[in-house]
Design a protein around this ligand. Structure first.
Ligand code: SF4
Ligand code: MSK
Length: 663
């Protein structure tokens, strides 16, 4: 860990063995990565900016505000608390906008699929019917595409909605939570509208009361979690199939020496799903063979990777921080990006090799990249054009190095429906066994570990946190790049049960599930809202998310989306812990975020600087909720008898990791 002169920390020591191995190779000697840039700058972050009190919302500034120093307020008089709250709220708005725009594309793709204009189809009819019911769409006697079309149009209307009735899926929340939102007047009205209002209210001279700013930040975040992200996850599941448990592999060894390697990077699965279909096309395979390759190897990077990992078992090469290192293998014919989290530096790394960086979305172009616009009306044609470009690069491949040993088995696919099924069994899928195991203390609680990876803490931070949680019998649900990192650490497979405390290990071994359940990409964190709500509705653990022995963390958050996610969890009653927040320069506002917010939302943010401290905060929060629920009596240790095993799994473990449970 390097500490800069200004005190900002940055982690420049690569602990990931596959990354180290590649960067030691001769072929990578001219490659510069983000690790080098952090080292060269001597810091990971600007100290003043990190505190959140730099304002450039008007041209009387930019103003540097120093809390408590009389002359160091804004020219307009804005205080540190106002400025930090505005900056924080704008971060939430940017994150919500990113999820919103992603979700809009998915809804439009869903509508086109229902019309028969894409190579995809409506796959999960059961889920289509259950979502149709929530949206008051008649299903009786109707063709699945008719239902999907009406559902898609109603979903699209949620983006531009101007009425004040609240988004449709808010009614999936607990009655108590709905009441809290109503009382506070923060039920989101339209996905786009909440972002617009947030930007307006943080314009110079509008909302200058930090608690009031945070009410709109909460409404905006909720329009993401219970609006756009939830819509995206649900419609994507209906269209491409709700994830079920499947085996796959992660890490850089998933690249193949004798095939055309194409990495899909970004977030929107419409393109990646089309590439999956095109990669099996005989015409494409014949072209690859003609160029001397044995086949076409699609692998994932970041969350597009998680989308196709969850639904198709396609391997994931890397999360966010390793994206440049994937290219430094010299074995990638093309990196295909859609939107979000693609570092501009990948084009520079690619210049050392034969690799093309291909951008595919008009919103996301880069100097040095080749742009091939993905057209959803001609999805297969676009996908084939992209693959052809990659295939024609194969012969140009020079020296390369693939760390073939670096691949780790994972079992993924834990959608809400799968968790329900796995825990409750085929005939009475429910969260009852989970609640019972929490109440009897075999499982102390549930932790969500989500979000990005970053250069501010060591590469193995997710692993360190999760090992502590597992030892303390806390079940972990993971998403996004955090899940990839845990997969690489060998924690996302049933064998990892051996790292748990005795009672969690018994539960995992009985059911045959990993102690870290991979729930999907970062947009899929909405699955966690549904899972937490379901735990409440099952009974025995209070009457709102705020009562549950559950907590979330995005320890290595990087993206603005992570802040939007954190805020939608807090506004839904769930505690969250981050490694830092850009608010420490505003005393009152920071105190509000880190504590006083509890009175309004039943939850607040937490900050803990190192992985072990994060784990300690999470364990303490879970134990204090158990105390409050009165379930913290010391339970006698009970060995499982046959009835208990049946209760847990109906005799069906995950041994076969086949497709059972949800469609
Ligand atoms: Fe400075 Fe106020 Fe303008 Fe911000 S809004 S830049 S604090 S004058
Ligand atoms: S890709 S938002 S680095 S999770 Fe979703 Fe990973 Fe974070 Fe991007």
């Amino acid at each position: 860990m390097a500490t800069s002169k200004t005190g900002c920390e940055g982690c420049t020591d690569i602990t990931c063995s596959s990354s180290k191995l590649i960067l030691e190779q001769d072929i990578a000697k001219n490659v510069t990565t983000a690790y080098d840039r952090v080292k060269a700058r001597g810091m990971a972050a600007c100290l003043f900016g990190s505190q959140g009190t730099c304002c450039k919302n008007c041209n009387m500034g930019p103003c540097q505000i120093i809390d408590g120093v009389e002359d160091m307020i804004g020219v307009c008089g804005a205080t540190a608390d106002t400025v930090a709250a505005r900056n924080f709220a704008r971060t939430v708005a940017a994150g919500a906008a990113s999820h919103g725009d992603h979700a809009r594309e998915m809804v439009k793709g869903f509508i086109e699929t229902a019309k028969g204009n894409t190579p995809h189809e409506i796959k999960d009819v059961e889920k289509l019917h259950s979502l149709a019911k929530i949206f008051d769409v008649e299903t009786e006697g109707r063709d699945k595409n008719d239902i999907a079309l009406e559902l898609g149009e109603k979903a699209l209307a949620e983006f531009g909605s101007q009425d004040d009735n609240g988004l449709t899926m808010l009614k999936r929340a607990t009655p108590k939570r709905q009441e809290i939102w109503k009382k506070l007047g923060i039920e989101p009205r339209g996905v786009d509208r909440e972002v617009v209002e947030m930007m307006h209210r943080t314009h110079m001279g509008v909302d200058q009361e930090y608690k009031n700013i945070m009410l709109q930040a909460s409404r905006c975040a909720l329009s993401d979690g219970w609006g756009s992200s939830m819509l995206s996850t649900e419609l994507t599941d209906i269209m491409f199939g709700t994830p079920v448990p499947r085996r796959s592999i992660v890490d850089l060894g998933v690249l193949k020496p004798d095939e055309v390697n194409v990495t899909v990077h970004g977030h929107e699965p419409l393109l990646a799903e089309s590439l999956c279909i095109a990669a099996q096309d005989p015409e494409m395979l014949a072209l690859a063979k003609k160029q001397g390759a044995k086949g076409i190897n699609l692998v994932g990077v970041c969350c597009t990777g998680n989308e196709i990992l969850m639904r198709r078992g396609i391997p994931v090469a890397s999360g966010f921080v390793q994206q440049e290192i994937v290219l430094a293998t010299g074995a990638v014919e093309a990196m295909v990006g859609d939107v979000q989290c693609v570092m501009q530096s990948v084009t520079e790394v690619a210049k050392n090799f034969h690799t093309d960086i291909i951008t595919t979305n008009y919103r996301a172009k880069m100097p040095g990249a080749v742009h091939i616009q993905f057209e959803e009306h001609a999805a297969l044609e676009s996908a084939k054009e992209i693959l052809t470009k990659a295939i024609m690069n194969y012969k140009k491949r020079g020296k390369f190095f693939i760390p073939e040993e670096s691949k780790v088995d994972v079992v993924v696919g834990f959608s809400f429906e799968t968790i329900n099924y796995v825990l409750g069994g085929r005939f009475r899928a429910s969260f009852r066994p989970l609640n019972d195991n929490i109440i009897n203390g075999r499982i102390r609680g549930v932790a969500a570990i989500v979000g990005c990876d970053n250069f501010k803490m060591p590469d193995d931070s997710h692993e360190v946190i999760v090992r502590e949680l597992l030892k303390n019998n806390i079940l972990v649900l993971a998403s996004g790049c955090a899940a990839t990192s845990l997969g690489k650490a060998g924690l996302v497979n049933p064998e990892a049960a051996k790292y748990c405390g005795d009672s969690l290990r018994e539960v995992c071994e009985t059911v045959g599930m990993p102690p870290v359940l991979h729930v999907g990409s970062c947009v899929d964190n909405s699955r966690l809202l549904i899972a937490l709500t379901q735990m409440v509705l099952q009974g025995g653990l209070g009457d709102d998310i705020t009562d549950l022995p559950a907590i979330g963390t995005a320890p290595l958050w990087m993206s603005e989306k992570a802040v939007a996610i954190g805020q939608y969890f807090v506004a839904s009653g769930a505690q969250v812990v981050f490694q830092d927040l850009q608010t420490s320069g505003a005393k009152e506002f920071n105190k509000y975020l880190l504590g006083d917010m509890m009175d309004t939302y039943g939850a607040h943010w937490n900050v803990a600087k190192d992985p072990k401290e994060i784990a300690r905060v999470m364990i303490a929060a879970i134990e204090s909720k158990r105390d409050a629920l009165g379930i913290n009596k010391k339970a006698e240790r009970v060995l499982f008898d046959m009835n208990m095993r049946r209760d847990l799994s109906d005799g069906k473990g995950l041994e076969d990791v086949g497709c059972h449970g949800p469609a």
